[in-house]
Design a protein around this ligand. Sequence first.
Ligand code: NAD
Length: 289
Amino acid sequence: MARIGFVGLGNMGGPMARNLVKAGHEVAVFDLVAEAMTSVTGASPAATAADAARGAEFVITMLPAGQHVRDAWLGAGGMAAASIEDAVLIDCSTIDVDSARAVAASAHRPFLDAPVSGGVMGAEAGTLTFMVGGTSDAFARAQPILAQMGRSIIHCGDAGAGQAAKLCNNMMLAAIMGVTAEAFLLAEKLGLSHQALFDVASKSSGQSWALTTYCPVPGPVPTSPANRDYKAGFATALMVKDVGLAQEAAAAAGLETPVAAKALELYRRFAAEGGAGKDFSGIIEMMRG
Ligand code: NAD
């Protein structure tokens, strides 16, 4: 059993913290929203992030974006000032690579960037994939804790490598979902049923996670967000954030990524037309319109 501080208890952080409580750890939690803290039964609510971190062996953050993470660790009264010399700091948020490296360089403690894939369903089931950047020593210490929230824990390299992997992964996902949605719309026009396209493509070279786990039309995969009017799941606003970060990273590296640029343009339009809070696979509705 370990003492763990957990900061940021939203759609993802809430179920992740609950899994750590279930595994028998002593968990202190902090969120700006008080109800988010009481939703983690068995954890101790703290008055500040630094209070949640105090005395912890592991401190985990799951926050919206880079600025929140910089503030939580390095800002006035941030956790870097808390006396947690022996703790391993683990940021599971999806943020820009520069922020991850800046916090790692200034934290003066072992720090891992460990963003996740698998969505809210994966967070609840404890089956997330963690992609981790940081030293081998910090990774070895954190691995058993991450394994209680996830199924695949992958060490990607030094600080920032976890975020780099996450941005590249979500850039692929954004474009693949977009073209998968277009293929279902083309099938409709050609008189081919959704189920027939699914049956063929899921066993052919068009196969992908976007098709077989997250199918953008209702029916073939009963658990996909399409079956619940694209509610919950992975919000389009977050996809816009992630592909935007990938585009910024590509631009900074002098790399042209026109396919991802087009995907970002489409998700931005969907978000602006009312889809920001819907699952990103709902982009098929905008395309159909
Ligand atoms: P969310 O908005 O549901 O939760 C964020 C939580 O952080 C909120 O409860 C908010 O009150 C809290 N918060 C914000 N600033 C804070 C601060 N300074 N101190 C303490 N608490 C603070 O977001 P989410 O869906 O849980 O996503 C969190 C991160 O995980 C994001 O970076 C997102 O991109 C990433 N992610 C999300 C999903 C998903 O499917 N939702 C999947 C993979 C990765």
